[in-house]
Design a protein around this ligand. Structure first.
Ligand code: FAD
Length: 420
């Protein structure tokens, strides 16, 4: 039994868990120290500047943080999934949504496709330098007219000799302004909006350098995640060598459906870290702020609010860690990934809102951590698949299960074809 008092800091409460070993906790301390020393002192400036500096990517790479999960033969660290859980929780705990989006898109989303389905040449040319932090990766799926609906993607790649000619527009591309290459979802068959499988089986993934002739990039000003360097990227007769196809032609939908589970799990884990950080900050404020002769931590309304949020955090933590465990066992737990993403990102919004309210005017200051947490939390219920799509996936999975099987996690794979 884990004995602890109300004064135990949140970070000490997560140590005792069946999922983490002593080595994980050593690694956690290393990551936290690195982020405290080399990242947090500058993170607010990077928010204002709208992007992360090159040197930071190199520092992440030198420490092995950009390839923790990638197999060793792909240049990665080959570490277990819970090492990545630790890393993502700590990244989330920084409280800077743009930073965490930029790094996680690079390390767990864009490069994931190269590690999972890229051949030797693509891994050598793109994955290895990305793991070292010598290059920055982006993932370009969303288009102005199609985001959650993958069947609506309209960017085309037409074979012409030993090249594909790419035409179309991608938007909301995190790292888009700084990336050296992007993994781009393109249509190599079917037509945008074709019903059923036709609209999805014609998708492929190409890796395209961002300096190719015909590519344009424009910054997108977003409410939060301001250091993510978000861009709209246009492709105008861009000639991409045909050997930059990731995996098999017309199989992009298959790769995306698998990759999106990791994306959702990563989003949930980042949100979990962010929630822990926000709750710690709120606790500190409530204990220190005096109102009408008493600290706020002595008043029933804030105490009950914190009790509810801490209870939800405890539930969220178990859901995320259990989902990660299933994923690490090779189960591809699609329903749980959706549940974890849905629950944590919405909890982050509830907490950010409660925290802002309880901070009063202090939380409403543009540059405050509380205001930034509020802005950043809102993005995560949309990016990597909106909450509505998560509910759709979960609900359909529950209703599809045989009677008597229950709705327990890990019972069956889930997925509504066509939605991210
Ligand atoms: C900060 C940020 C960063 C992002 N980074 C990236 C990135 O790096 N790369 C990338 O490719 N994309 C990125 N995205 C895009 C993100 O994945 C899409 O916003 C998301 O998939 C939703 O697509 P959409 O915005 O086009 O909304 P739409 O698909 O038009 O949906 C609009 C709204 O309709 C509702 N809705 C959608 N589908 C359904 C449904 N099936 N059932 C019920 N309701 C539904 C939801 O409320 C949704 O928010 C990012 C988004 C944000 C906000």
């Amino acid at each position: 039994m884990n004995s602890r008092s109300a004064d135990t800091p949140e970070e000490e409460r997560i140590v005792k868990s069946p999922y983490f070993t002593a080595d994980h906790e050593v690694f956690r301390a290393e990551v936290r120290a690195f982020l405290a020393d080399e990242v947090l002192p500058h993170a607010a400036r990077w928010e204002r500047e709208g992007g992360l500096p090159r040197e930071l990517w190199k520092r992440f790479g030198q420490r092995g943080y950009l390839g923790l999960l990638h197999p060793r033969d792909a240049g990665g660290g080959g570490r277990d999934l819970f090492t990545s859980v630790v890393f993502l929780e700590e990244l989330g705990r920084t409280g800077f949504g743009g930073l965490r989006a930029a790094v996680s898109v690079h390390a767990y989303m864009a490069t994931h496709y190269l590690a999972a389905a890229g051949g030797r040449e693509l891994r050598h040319r793109y994955l290895a330098p990305a793991v070292r932090g010598d290059s920055v990766a982006a993932l370009a799926i969303t288009e102005p007219a199609a985001g959650a609906d993958l069947a609506g993607l309209a960017t085309t790649a037409t074979r012409d000799g030993d090249h594909y000619v790419v035409n179309g527009t991608k938007t909301m591309v995190s790292n888009g302004m700084v990336a050296d290459f992007a993994v781009v979802a393109v249509r190599t068959g079917g037509a945008a909006g074709d019903p059923g499988r036709a609209g999805m089986t014609g998708l492929s993934l190409l890796v395209a350098d961002t300096n190719l002739p015909g590519i344009g990039r424009e910054p997108v000003r977003t409410l939060g995640w301001r250091s993510a360097g978000t861009a709209t990227v246009t492709y105008d007769d861009v000639r991409v060598p045909a050997d930059r196809l990731i995996g098999r032609l017309d199989s992009g939908f298959y790769y995306l459906m698998r990759g999106l589970q990791l994306e959702r799990l990563a989003a949930a884990t980042l949100a979990l870290g962010g929630i822990e950080r926000s709750l710690d900050d709120l606790r500190g404020f409530l204990r220190g702020r005096r109102v009408a002769g008493d600290v706020l931590a002595g008043k029933q309304a804030p105490v009950h609010r914190v009790a509810d949020l801490a209870t939800e955090l405890a539930a969220a933590r178990q859901l995320v860690h259990h989902t990660a465990w299933l994923y690490g066992e090779g189960e591809l737990p699609a329903a749980e990934c959706s549940m974890a993403k849905l629950y944590t990102t919405e909890l982050a919004c509830r907490l950010a809102d409660a925290s802002l309210q309880l901070h009063g005017s202090h939380g409403y200051l543009e540059e405050s951590d509380v205001a930034r947490a509020h802005r950043d939390a809102r993005a995560a219920t949309i990016a990597a698949g909106p909450s509505e799509v998560m509910r759709d996936l979960i609900g359909r999975d529950v209703l599809r299960g045989p009677a008597g099987e229950g709705t327990g996690p890990g019972t069956r794979p889930a997925g509504t074809p066509g939605h991210r």
